[in-house]
Design a binder for this molecule. Structure first.
Ligand SMILES: C[S@@+](CC[C@H](N)C(=O)[O-])C[C@H]1O[C@@H](n2cnc3c(N)ncnc32)[C@H](O)[C@@H]1O
Length: 232
């Protein structure tokens, strides 16, 4: 069997993201267009999903979801307010709370998404939390409060803005004694990876990595699921 390219195994949107990154660097598009073109692909695909996992961009059943996202609970060491940056259908807001409850921590979940249609979907699914689901771009959204735990993906902004995203979330969104959680994402195993890991890249920017968690990939033995965190 021919293996698919590892970049595609990590992220099915890889060809699109590569094209947009190149166009941005060449000055052919601006950052607003970069976000718009990604949303034009993601939003209809998520809205067509038949369950809240698919509506958050994840294939598989609930056990797969718990395996792929459950490691975020390893970053939660106490009760507090949790913001999911890029909340999509809001399913992580729901499920992370349950996983943390099992560990004795009570989370108050909040969500932010750049796509109004996905924030609307999350509000419809979770009407009791509709006041806690916001629309905005994480790079410049003005939060109504601070959060003890903030989860994000670096891939939500172009590569040249990823350091800025970490800086501004820590400065403006994470509580004074809070934690910024980065991931989950798929990454090639350390034994075979030639490039610096996402964690190494962030550490090279001068941030101290306070912890990390990792699980085997469900469908590609070359990859692992990862998350790491930075304390304020
Ligand atoms: C893969 S889903 C993540 C769903 C869920 N949080 C999880 O971890 O499984 C990524 C979401 O991030 C949103 N997003 C992408 N860029 C963003 C940005 N700059 N600010 C806020 N949300 C963003 C997308 O619209 C999409 O709904």
């Amino acid at each position: 069997m021919t293996e698919i390219p590892i970049q595609l195994a990590r992220d099915r949107a890889w060809p699109l993201v590569e094209r947009l990154n190149a166009a941005l660097e060449a000055g052919e598009i601006d950052e607003a267009q970069w976000h718009r073109e990604l949303a034009a692909v993601i939003v209809p695909a998520y809205l067509a999903g038949e369950n809240p996992r698919a509506q958050s961009g994840s294939s598989g059943d609930d056990a797969d979801w718990a395996h792929k996202r459950g490691l975020i609970a390893d970053a939660v060491d106490r009760s507090g307010a949790f913001l999911d940056v890029g909340c999509a259908s809001g399913y992580l807001m729901e499920t992370l709370g349950r996983w943390c409850q099992n560990r004795g921590h009570v989370l108050e979940p909040y969500g932010l998404d750049i796509a109004p249609e996905l924030a609307d979907l999350a509000r419809r699914r979770l009407p009791h939390w509709k006041e806690r689901i916001f629309v905005g771009n994480a790079i410049n959204w003005v939060p109504p409060r601070r959060f003890d735990f903030v989860r994000t993906g670096l891939e939500y902004v172009p590569p040249r803005r990823q350091r800025d995203l970490v800086v501004r979330l820590l400065r403006d969104v994470v509580a004074a004694d809070g934690r910024l959680i980065i991931g989950t994402y798929s990454e090639e195993r350390d034994e075979t990876r030639a490039e610096p890991s996402e964690e190494e890249r962030v550490a090279q920017w001068g941030f101290v990595i306070a912890g990390r968690s990792e699980r085997p990939h469900l469908s590609d033995a070359r990859l692992v699921y990862r998350v790491f965190w930075i304390d304020q």
